[in-house]
Design a protein. Structure first.
Length: 388
């Protein structure tokens, strides 16, 4: 059904539908909540009643952890929060998961796209998580938030990225949405003076998607073939690009060099060809059916693809933990060295990251700056998990 995407549709398409988690009592997953986005318990149960009735019958629900006074007010269900918990619960059942709700705002520098501070206090959340013993940390953390990189002060971005590195080293796979504006929202693609001269035309990379220790998830639509999101909702295109702040990491240098060479002089001067490139992977990002305030709604965005890919990583961790192996932690070296170019990831070759009044970066054979290395095939990913 291409009119709407359900949990069963995702589980069937990405081949998790017959997998039964075996280690659900031994670990949990995590979802980041910011900006007073509240995840609703009743909507979650209503969603499960429709889409995973066996989970609803078992009383499956999520737990909430407040950080720095973060709330989860039940009278005000948030679209983002509900999308995250319902997507993760629909795919991951019966693995437990926690909604980490964090209050506050970080340091900030305005730009045309974000004139007032709506950035997220990542540092507060990561400080809290890193204070926990290993067995209390989530093994996967899904974060469907991001900001124009140029609005995040350099010192703060570097600090947050180092926290993301530390989470990965302690066994937490951190995944982030790549954004919904392609290479940048139309009419906002000018520098605010942080990385380039003020007023210069530029593509707008997104942070934390641009952190080299983050695993960043782009968006796709349709099924035969699956393509990069192509304006299914007006103005919505899978975010992708190149960091001004972080250099290209070694694990992706070869594929990024090849991709940049294929672009030639196209967009020269609008992006940093030697920057960390994203996304790393992608997943369906269009027409998700979720419940908000007791009513079904169709939702679009890499805010949907991120929890979908995160849930599949959770199932891969379940497989490992059930065998006495450690969680996967930082995923990117594995993605680029073992999964890219194999049946583990479905290569997406159509579509582009439209934005900034351009057609954006194109999807191509192999890695590209709109869908990364592709979308997941759980059974093939399972076969290619490390043996230690």
């Amino acid at each position: 059904n291409t009119q709407a995407v359900t949990s069963l549709c995702l589980r069937t398409f990405y081949k998790t539908v017959n997998y039964v988690p075996k280690a659900a009592k031994k670990f949990h997953l995590g979802i980041s909540g910011f900006l007073e986005e509240f995840a609703n318990f009743n909507d979650f149960t209503g969603f499960l009643t429709q889409q995973r009735p066996e989970a609803a019958a078992a009383g499956y629900n999520f737990t909430v952890q407040s950080i720095a006074g973060g709330l989860n007010t039940q009278s005000d269900p948030g679209t983002e929060a509900n999308l995250d918990v319902q997507t993760v619960g629909g795919i991951s059942y019966p693995i437990p998961f926690t909604y980490y709700t964090t209050k506050g705002s970080p340091p900030f520098k305005p730009d045309v796209n974000t004139p007032t501070n709506s950035n997220e206090p990542y540092e507060l959340e990561y400080n809290y998580l890193l204070s926990l013993p290993d067995d209390e940390m989530p093994k996967v953390l899904s974060t469907s938030y991001g900001d124009d990189e140029q609005t995040v002060p350099r010192a703060y971005a570097e600090r947050v990225c180092n926290y993301i590195m530390a989470l990965g080293a302690r066994g937490v796979s951190t995944l982030y949405s790549s954004g919904d504006n392609g290479v940048g929202a139309k009419g906002t693609c000018v520098s605010n003076g942080v990385f380039r001269a003020n007023g210069t035309r530029t593509f707008l990379p997104v942070f934390p998607a641009s952190c080299p220790y983050a695993t960043t998830v782009g968006g796709t639509q349709n099924f035969n073939p699956e393509i990069a999101v192509d304006g299914d909702l007006p103005g919505f295109y899978s975010g992708g690009g190149f960091s001004y702040l972080f250099p290209t990491p070694d694990y992706q240098k070869d594929v990024v060099k090849k991709y940049v060479a294929s672009l030639g002089d196209k967009y020269k001067g609008l992006y940093n060809a030697s920057g960390r490139a994203y996304p790393d992977v992608s997943a369906q990002a269009s027409r998700y059916v979720i419940q908000i305030g007791g009513e079904d709604q169709l939702i679009y965005g890499t805010s949907a693809s991120c929890p979908t890919f995160s849930s599949i990583v959770g199932l891969l961790n379940d497989d490992r933990i059930s065998k006495g192996l450690p969680s996967l932690g930082f995923l990117n070296p594995l993605i680029y060295s073992k999964w890219l170019g194999t049946p583990a990831l479905n290569d997406i070759t159509q579509g582009s990251s439209v934005g900034c009044n351009t057609s954006g970066f194109p999807a191509e054979v192999g890695w590209d700056a709109v869908t990364g290395a592709g979308t997941p095939n759980f059974l093939e990913l399972q076969k290619r998990l490390p043996s230690n």
